[in-house]
Design a protein around this ligand. Structure first.
Ligand code: PEP
Ligand code: MG
Length: 571
């Protein structure tokens, strides 16, 4: 048994065998085989798995992204059925008595070259499809398939995954996730949480230590990993898993009740989503609205920017599904760790401090306008609000608001209906905005505190960097002071304030937010009921002493243990 330590980013315990996702291209060696029929059988089996995967990806893309994007996988499926491609592979295995991988690579390269040499651009692009198909088959043959992702129950071990790769996980089969890189607020971690998959990140070098099918236990709260655990450890974790499930059952029991403290103060609990398909999870967990719709996920896993119509449909779908409950649509927040394959980002040494979010929207005003028009059009079908990410100056906010007015005027001229009184809010996620929150509060209808970024910018600690993750804490007194100041300034101007960063769902901090009078908390769907349970145990009149004690503390660890001890007294 081996014990490894990472950063726990999504609570829960999982035990299963490992499924490795290696990032590099598969290296292929030529080997002699005796039984060519068996070798061909391997190709047939890989082909079958590949077709199953592609059909699943096709459906998923069609349902969640769009028809045009789904067509890419339809083209891959056609290659899988193509005798002109598979015939020569079979021949090569039989004539050369070689292994399946080598035959596949040889024939694949021949086809790739043939397409790449064609004059027609469309045909040249088919070379990339063949490359993709060959890599998929090679991954399946070598047992390191990247896209299989759960036709069998397993714990996924990867160097890194894009947020959209994580979004494709199926909770039934992907029991856990381990990544070599990342931090608590990397977007893959956020998605793992919203899917309720236990996850540990920042485990350097793990791919060298683990083999496919090794037995693993992961504890997504503590960040612990056990490789090939002994019987005692297995039994201990089985018990912990049962405790965790029991705890979840306790939260299920309060379904149907409201998030009201013992002395009658009501708080709003909402859900964060990245795709329309996540709305069901929020409703199932009794989210009273969508506090953060991260629209950038609509821009991922595709080859071009989504059109106004495509975006309108997605926003309209969410608005309709939420049936009049508020839906806060955040305008595009791309950059940082969120990349687009079809957009040429500048090389930056600090992408989180660079060309990101509102900065990009105010430069690429064509994209911004398209998105604002789509949001406004959808506002006619539900209770939509607009929110701008990463505002750091008043001028940026004024600029962004003027584009909303331009879009409104355009729609008015075109006779297209929208909610004229649509509320406009901003993320409070830069220290500059927090310090100026008294001014900002005069210019917007609401604030939503983005603690993921507010923490990284306040403490100057990269949210993705495992090396400095010990510094990254939502209990940091400077961060808590900023949250307090933002809340007071919002209320001073009579606007409401929410928190939509990951710190919103941290149990020990919820009494602190309640004590401050934060109006709304928005989080991964899986945390809503637990947060509601905590709010129901609180009495605001009894929080006064606690709030004063915290104000007098200057030490992150001390604040954390103090708040955790206070929370423990509730149960
Ligand atoms: C945040 O920064 O807290 C936030 C909610 O935005 P994101 O995680 O998408 O940057
Ligand atoms: Mg942010």
């Amino acid at each position: 048994m081996q014990h490894l330590q990472g950063i726990g980013v999504s609570a829960g315990i999982a035990s299963s065998k490992a499924e490795l996702i290696k990032p590099s291209l598969i290296e292929v060696e030529k080997k002699q085989v005796e039984d060519t029929a068996a070798e061909w059988q391997r190709v047939e089996a890989a082909k079958k798995t590949s077709i199953e995967q592609l059909e699943e990806i096709y459906q998923h893309t069609l349902n969640n992204i769009g028809k045009k994007e789904a067509e890419i996988f339809a083209a891959h499926l056609m290659i899988m059925q193509d005798e002109e491609f598979f015939g020569p592979i079979k021949q090569l295995i039989e004539n050369n008595k070689c292994n399946a991988e080598w035959a596949l690579k040889e024939v694949g390269e021949r086809f790739i070259k043939m397409f790449a040499d064609m004059d027609n651009l469309y045909m040249q692009e088919r070379a990339a499809d063949i490359k993709d198909v060959v890599q998929r088959l090679l991954r399946i043959l070598s047992g390191t398939e990247k896209s299989k992702l759960g036709t069998e129950k397993s714990i996924i071990v990867a160097h890194d995954l894009t947020p959209s790769e994580t979004a494709r996980f199926n909770k039934k089969d992907v029991l856990g996730l381990i990544m070599e890189v990342g931090g608590k607020t990397s977007h893959s971690a956020i998605i793992a949480r919203s899917l309720g998959i236990p996850a540990v990140v920042g485990v350097k070098g793990i791919l060298e230590k683990i083999n496919k099918n090794d037995e693993l236990i992961i504890d997504g709260s503590k960040g612990e990993i056990y490789l090939n655990p002994d019987q005692v450890t297995l039994a201990k974790y089985q018990e912990l898993k049962n405790d965790f499930l029991q705890e979840q059952e306790k939260y299920m029991k309060i379904k149907g009740s409201s998030a009201i403290t013992k002395d009658g103060h009501k708080f709003e609990l909402a859900g964060n989503i990245g795709l329309p398909s996540e709305v069901e999870m929020v409703l199932e967990n009794e989210g009273e609205g969508i506090g953060l719709f991260r629209t950038e996920f609509l821009y991922m896993e595709r080859n071009s920017f989504p059109t106004e119509e495509e975006q309108f449909k997605a926003y309209q779908l969410v608005a309709k599904k939420m049936q009049g409950k508020p839906v806060i649509i955040r305008t595009l927040d791309i950059g940082g760790d969120k990349d687009l394959s079809y957009f040429d980002f500048p090389e930056e040494s600090n992408p989180f401090l660079g060309f990101r979010a509102i900065r990009l929207s105010l430069e690429r005003t064509d994209l911004f306008k398209t998105q604002l028009r789509a949001i406004l059009r959808a506002s006619n079908y539900g209770h939509i609000k607009i929110m701008f990410p990463m505002i750091s100056t008043v001028q940026e906010l004024r600029g962004a608001k003027s584009f909303v007015n331009d879009a409104k005027e355009e729609l008015q001229t075109e006779g297209i209906p929208f909610a004229e009184d649509i509320e406009i809010g901003m993320m409070m996620e830069t220290p500059a905005a927090a310090v100026m929150s008294d001014e900002f509060a005069k210019l917007v209808d609401f604030f939503s505190i983005g603690t993921n970024d507010l923490i990284q910018y306040t403490i100057a600690v990269d949210r993705m960097n495992a090396r400095v993750a010990n510094l990254y804490s939502p209990f940091n007194p400077a961060v808590l002071r900023l949250i307090k100041e933002i809340t007071e300034n919002a209320h001073q101007e009579g606007i409401w304030v929410g928190i939509c960063g990951e710190a919103a769902r941290i149990p020990a901090l919820i009494p602190y937010y309640v004590g401050l009078g934060v109006d709304e908390l928005s989080m991964s769907a899986g945390s809503i009921l637990e947060s509601k349970w905590i709010i129901q145990q609180l009495d605001t009149s009894k929080l006064v002493n606690m709030m004063r004690d915290i104000e007098n503390m200057d030490n992150t660890a001390e604040i954390k243990s103090f708040l955790e001890a206070s929370l423990a007294k509730l149960s």
